[in-house]
Design a protein around this ligand. Structure first.
Ligand SMILES: CC[C@H](C(=O)O)C(=O)SCCNC(=O)CCNC(=O)[C@H](O)C(C)(C)COP(=O)(O)OP(=O)(O)OC[C@H]1O[C@@H](n2cnc3c(N)ncnc32)[C@H](O)[C@@H]1OP(=O)(O)O
Ligand SMILES: [Co+2]
Length: 145
């Protein structure tokens, strides 16, 4: 498998509007997308775009607020009420090759690849098999960033 760029850091929050104000007013972010609900993942999500180099896209902070306490992020927030780093997302050129690779390494791939918040195929690998890090794998968008 060929590891691509770190596409985003997933940051869970109990209040996405307060987190947007924090990234804008404290962190000086000037490129934050409008939040939208991704019902399939029971999250309200937006992206804080950080500057890249030489005109390339930088890594994003993916702010995720659960729409239900029974969701993956809702459960995580119950144990981490302030929120914080929830997962890392790396790009790969071929999502199906990557899934086969992680399974060959004995890592638990959570479900079949599905369309994620960036509109490309993604899957997650269980944190207990990844040194404690919930890891999202995402197919590199065809048109780049
Ligand atoms: C914006 C949408 C975008 C997209 O999908 O495109 C997203 O990124 S959505 C993000 C939300 N979706 C997910 O996180 C899907 C993948 N996650 C899961 O399937 C579950 O959260 C899972 C399987 C990792 C844990 O679910 P479970 O029901 O087993 O919850 P437990 O609380 O029992 O956790 C078991 C065990 O894992 C530890 N854990 C849970 N979440 C995390 C995490 N984010 N990072 C690290 N470790 C995590 C938890 O502490 C438990 O450990 P233990 O030692 O047993 O207490
Ligand atoms: Co994500």
């Amino acid at each position: 498998m060929k590891l691509g760029r770190l596409n985003h850091v997933g940051v869970a929050t109990p209040d996405i509007d307060a987190s947007i104000a924090f990234y804008r007013d404290v962190m000086g972010a000037n490129d934050i997308t409008e939040p939208f609900v991704l019902e399939s993942q029971q999250v309200r999500v937006c992206f804080v775009n950080t500057p890249g180099e030489n005109g390339t896209a930088g890594t994003q902070i993916e702010l995720i607020q659960p729409t239900s306490p029974d969701s993956a992020v809702g459960k995580w927030l119950a144990a981490n009420p302030l929120g914080g780093q929830h997962h890392l997302c790396y790009e790969v050129p071929d999502i199906h090759e990557a899934k086969a690779w992680f399974e060959s390494q004995g890592k638990r791939v959570l479900g079949e690849p599905r369309i994620g918040a960036h509109g490309t195929l993604i899957f997650f690998v269980h944190p207990k098999d990844m040194g404690g890090q919930l890891t999202e794998i995402m197919e590199t968008p065809k048109g780049g960033h």
